[in-house]
Design a protein around this ligand. Structure first.
Ligand SMILES: Cc1ncc(COP(=O)(O)O)c(C=O)c1O
Length: 453
């Protein structure tokens, strides 16, 4: 146990209240009861920890003193582990220096050097706080650079930004005018014809195409290079969203993994091991439009009051240093593989292959739950999560970190075994008999009270 862990576990220091009181207060004060929808009550089963008090390594503790092995960890932001000493100590060292000044801090340069040292190309970088800062800045920059309005994005990938240009495409698009929504067009992953058709229909109009290089399926038939090629021929910028793939697929992200040369690339999440920092990285001839030395119209590129506060930059600097010196990515692949094999064996032994699937790269595993008819099922997903929680696992996904050791993975496999026993019974008897609370719901729904089965 390190000192941080000890401090975090002292519930009296945090003025804890009974969980129901806390939950009521959260919903009274915060729309949705949480500051991020994906963490909300509607996303988890009734027995899930309502609030986390602290985390250490791959474990978190809730307000009732229950400990859980956690997966996903800060929506995939925490790759090294919670309260990872090399990062927390680096941040702590900056705390007495002040954090935000009237002129840039020296960290702005040293962190830029540290991050750009990951690629052997001339690139520029600008930092923000959330991934959306970077993706939305990339979109604006591409529009300015090309003088075009339309954006193309991949409809098989779940998320690029909290901003209107993307949220307008989702069912939760209240408040976004149709004029804005109509500026974003979509294509399908691994469907080169859908990309070609977009470029034909909107010839000369598409400023940028943004996508993740891969999510849960790998590119087929040289899809990524063909997309990049179509972009270049059309004068469209190719933006690689590396929010998840960055520092996870490969130290150099999907750019290195697939040998791609995007015009712009966006990083966040794992860049600061959970601290708030994101980055837009791009070719200098494009990025310079956000600078002081050109004669074209000025682009307002990622200029935030908190954009370069010291904690985020110190965290990014230390996190990248850890990636360079520790086998972080290899470990995530290895432990994810151990978990995947363990779970797949259980699924096979119980004959549940048509009802429960584990998908994705070992470093980024998710699962899909299907009902007795083989249909995707929120109810069965909720039941599975409920049974994981009962066994001390908080697993909205099975995305591991560097801190998921063999004990954590093996314990998880054992818990999955018990969870899938209940799952099998529910397939036979009906899921309602086993569910202890409401069915969880997707974030992107138009109305709160829509029913999901
Ligand atoms: C692929 C991808 N791009 C962009 C974002 C936006 O990042 P943020 O939530 O930090 O704004 C996310 C967040 O989940 C993401 O998964």
């Amino acid at each position: 146990m390190n000192d941080n862990e000890h401090l975090c576990r002292d519930p009296n220091a945090l003025g804890l209240r009974p969980v129901d009181v806390l939950r009521q207060q959260a919903h009274r004060l915060i729309p949705g009861g949480a500051h991020t929808y994906a963490k909300g009550d509607d996303q988890f089963p009734a027995n899930a920890p309502a609030f986390i008090v602290s985390g250490c390594g791959c474990r978190v503790e809730d307000t009732e003193g229950r400990s859980f092995i956690e997966y996903g960890m800060g929506l995939r932001a925490v790759t090294l582990g919670h309260a990872f000493p090399a990062v927390t100590e680096a941040v702590a060292r900056t705390l007495h220096l002040g954090c935000n000044f009237s002129r840039p801090s020296i960290w702005e340069v040293s962190c830029a050097e540290q991050v750009l040292s990951l690629w052997n190309e001339p690139l520029m970088v600008k930092f923000g706080k959330n991934g959306s800062d970077a993706t939305s800045a990339a979109v604006r920059l591409a529009r300015a650079y090309t003088g075009r309005d339309l954006i193309a994005c991949c409809s098989d990938q779940p998320f690029y930004s909290v901003d209107d240009w993307f949220i307008g495409l989702t069912p939760m698009n209240a408040g976004i005018p149709p004029a804005i929504r109509n500026l974003t067009k979509t294509f399908r992953y691994n469907d080169i014809a859908s990309v070609e058709s977009l470029f034909q229909t909107h010839s000369g109009e598409i400023a940028a195409l943004i996508m993740e290089a891969s999510t849960y399926s790998e590119p087929q038939d040289d899809f990524l290079n063909r997309v990049a090629d179509l972009c270049h021929r059309a004068g469209t910028l190719f933006i690689l969203d590396e929010m998840i793939t960055g520092f996870r697929w490969h130290l150099g992200g999907a750019r290195a993994e697939y040998n791609l040369q995007p015009d712009l690339a966006t990083y966040g999440k794992a860049l600061g091991n959970g601290f708030s920092v994101s980055a837009l990285v791009g070719r200098p001839e494009i990025m310079r439009l956000g600078g002081l030395e050109h004669h074209e119209p000025r682009v307002f590129l990622m200029s935030y009051t908190h954009g370069a506060e010291l904690c985020g930059l110190a965290a990014a600097h230390a996190t990248v240093a850890a990636y360079k010196t520790l086998p972080v990515i290899d470990t995530m692949y290895r432990q994810g593989q151990r978990l995947k094999e363990g779970i797949e064996k259980i699924v096979q032994d119980r004959g549940l292959q048509s009802h429960f699937q584990i998908m994705g790269r070992p470093c980024n595993l998710v699962f899909a739950a299907y009902d007795a008819r083989g249909q995707r099922s929120q109810a069965f997903r909720t039941l599975f999560l409920q049974e994981l929680v009962r066994g001390g696992v908080l697993g909205p996904s099975f995305v591991v970190s560097y801190s998921h050791d063999n004990d954590a993975v093996d314990h998880t496999i054992a818990v999955v075994g018990r969870a899938l026993d209940v799952y099998g019974n529910a397939l036979r008897d009906g899921v309602d008999r086993y569910l202890e609370g409401p069915v969880s719901k997707p974030v992107f729904r138009r109305f709160n009270h829509e029913e999901f089965s």
